[in-house]
Design a protein around this ligand. Structure first.
Ligand SMILES: Cc1cc2nc3c(=O)[nH]c(=O)nc-3n(C[C@H](O)[C@H](O)[C@H](O)COP(=O)(O)O)c2cc1C
Length: 352
């Protein structure tokens, strides 16, 4: 069924297809027909941060920026869904066109630029969601007009608003589509921003009587030296997790492909190797107490299992869902389960 839907959606301009696909899913969910595209939900529970994820495969940030489709997306079989990136104020993002398909490469390029309705709208949507079948991550950012030296205020504002509603919160400092954002990954800026959020986390935890995990999402375009520095800071500050990775600004292997010249972040198959390499490096540099979520280029069960082999406790996909449809979710859960149930391999690779 998804093959037919995909043919129809791929005939549309990508951003219209995105909106049409989400509306169709929402409508199907409301009348209990999402089973037409979703596979059988897979249970393979993962215990992490005092929570139980029904399975380790989640939806990556950016597909549901306003948290308007949480239940419909969970009904596809995801163990968790991450919504956002959300900013304090609503903002339109960059002018269209800003989303491009590279079908033969099974990739996308986007320069959306945090188009979203603002954190208050997201909070209203999340409050309405039932979230019966999986967990919820909320990904926060800063408005495009906020200079980096005031970014902390934007992140702290969003953090305070979403804290009581999230199963985990992600600090996104790795989108390539907000000018200067990635500079917040540099050692000093990172220590200042994440330090302030960690202090806020302790305060919110005391006030709400629950500790909500704080994660940082990083770019795949960091040098080895940058990864070392980031790992040092995030290890010192004892964040709860790191998401590796966001989209890449590199275009390796895409010479001669006209769409590859578009500015923005590249996702999908060409990102797999690079993002898994960053994940693997982080695993060797961070203490075991900091969990990793592996994302970037998962197009098959084997790709998902490769992320867990490289040290991910959970995985996420976005572009793979567009190209393969929801059957990808079950394939990833099954492949991760098979790998974990092969005891000697888990032991040899030091998987936790
Ligand atoms: C259209 C699009 C929009 C995205 N928007 C966001 C976003 O708002 N925040 C974020 O942290 N990541 C965003 N991402 C990055 C994804 O969450 C993910 O890290 C990246 O696409 C790599 O995974 P994939 O290869 O499975 O797509 C976006 C990706 C795409 C394709």
């Amino acid at each position: 069924m998804y093959d037919l839907a995909r043919t129809l959606l791929f005939a549309l301009e990508p951003e219209r297809a995105h909106a049409a696909g989400l509306s169709a899913l929402e409508a199907a969910h409301r009348i209990g027909m999402q089973g037409l595209v979703a596979g059988k939900p897979r249970q393979f529970p993962v215990k992490l941060w005092d929570r139980t994820f029904p399975n380790p495969v989640g939806l990556a940030a950016g597909l549901d920026k306003n948290g308007a489709h949480i239940d419909a997306l969970l009904s596809l079989g995801f163990g968790f869904v991450e919504v956002g990136t959300v900013t304090p104020q609503p903002q339109p993002g960059n002018p269209p066109p800003r989303l491009f398909r590279l079908p033969r490469q099974r990739a996308l390029i986007n320069r959306l630029g945090f188009n979203n309705e603002g954190v208050d709208a997201l909070v209203r949507n999340v409050e309405r969601a039932q979230r019966r079948t999986g967990l919820l991550g909320i990904n926060i950012g800063k408005n495009a007009g906020t200079p980096n030296d005031q970014a902390e205020r934007d992140y702290l504002h969003c953090y305070e608003r979403v804290y009581p509603l999230a199963d985990y919160v992600v600090v996104n400092i790795s989108s390539p589509n907000t000018a200067g954002l990635r500079e917040l990954q540099e050692e000093q800026a990172l220590r200042r921003l994440v330090g302030a959020l960690r202090d806020a986390q302790e305060g919110h935890a005391a006030r709400h009587g629950q500790r909500v995990p704080l994660l940082v999402k990083i770019a795949p375009d960091l040098s080895d030296h940058d990864i070392d520095a980031a790992a040092r800071v995030l290890g010192d500050l004892q964040v709860d997790g790191v998401i590796a990775t966001n989209t890449t600004v590199a275009r390796h292997g895409l010479d001669g492909i006209p769409a590859a010249r578009e500015t923005g972040g590249l996702s999908g198959a060409p990102l797999l190797g690079k993002s898994t390499a960053v994940l693997r490096m982080l695993r060797t540099r961070l203490p075991e107490s900091i969990a990793l979520i592996g994302v970037g280029g998962i197009m098959s069960g084997a790709d998902a299992a490769a992320k867990t082999a490289a040290g991910a406790t959970l995985v996420q996909c976005y572009t793979g869902l567009i190209y393969q449809g929801p059957r990808l979710i079950g394939r990833c859960v099954d492949a991760i389960r098979r790998r974990k149930e092969a005891p000697s391999r888990g032991h040899l690779t030091g998987e936790h």
